[in-house]
Design a protein around this ligand. Structure first.
Ligand code: UDP
Length: 239
């Protein structure tokens, strides 16, 4: 049973439950994918039907950020917790390292995924990176085939939304991986190119404000957050 927030159905899981479910999917037959929508992506799904379908068809839909958790609570259907994509990825990598599963990193500017691979292998001893590819390519099928040849069990797809969600839905099976995870700008963080907000800010639900101060050009995208809250209020009145 998923919790609906403005047309996107979220799995009601804690971080530990989400990681356990992700690891279970790496063991099961077929190809699966995980999405981590924040309010900005929920707003995008309201305007882009293909994105909405790709998000809702994911095997795991995790509430990335406090905004979605607040929205669900305002609608009277609370979620247990937020499950930030980057922390989910961290938990998953610890499990992959322990289980000797292999990981492919796809996305970000040239060089970033390789740098992330080096840092992640140092952070998670035993983690095997099957390969990397930057996120600025034209031939999708060729990239999917390149991943398939590495035999990777899991792929982190970091192309920004909704590109990564559409890519996972369409090309996921061709990669042969058991699990793909759409993780936005995570490779930039893993590579050390972009810093995450200090704990104080995220603990107070203000990570968005920290990022805005660091990257003022994000203002247009961030205006989606108040818009999301307005839409939640409207939805609440309908109930
Ligand atoms: N990106 C990419 N290919 C593209 C467009 C974007 O690989 O065609 C990458 C971009 O370099 C960045 C990530 O996708 O690493 C998106 O980052 P953003 O900060 O937008 O993601 P968020 O975490 O905010 O969703």
């Amino acid at each position: 049973m998923r919790i609906d927030v403005l047309g996107v159905g979220f799995d009601n899981l804690t971080m530990d439950e989400a990681v356990a479910e992700g690891l279970r999917l790496t063991e099961s037959q077929g190809t699966h994918y995980v999405v981590t929508p924040n309010p900005e992506i929920v707003e995008l799904c309201r305007e882009n039907l293909a994105a909405k379908i790709a998000v809702n068809e994911a095997d795991l839909v995790l509430a990335d950020g406090i905004g979605v958790v607040k929205g669900a609570a305002m609608l009277g259907t609370p979620l247990k917790d937020r499950v930030p994509g980057i922390e989910f990825a961290a938990g998953l990598m610890a499990g992959l390292a322990a289980n000797r599963k292999t990981l492919y990193l796809l996305g970000a500017k040239p060089g970033v995924a390789q740098q992330a691979a080096q840092r992640l292998q140092a952070t998670y001893p035993g983690l095997v990176i099957a390969g990397t590819h930057d996120g600025y390519f034209k031939d999708d099928a060729a990239v999917a085939e390149e991943i398939r040849k590495t035999g990777a069990d899991v792929v982190f797809v970091c192309l920004g939304a909704p590109k990564q969600e559409l890519w996972m839905k369409k090309f996921g099976p061709a990669t042969g991986a058991h699990l793909l995870c759409g993780l936005g700008g995570s490779l930039d963080v893993f590579a050390g190119v972009v810093e995450r907000a200090p704990k104080f800010w995220s603990d107070h639900g203000l990570e968005w404000f920290y990022r805005l101060c660091r990257e003022p050009r994000r203002i247009g995208r961030m205006m989606k957050l108040p818009l999301f809250l307005v839409h939640v209020q409207q939805e609440k009145r309908k109930k």
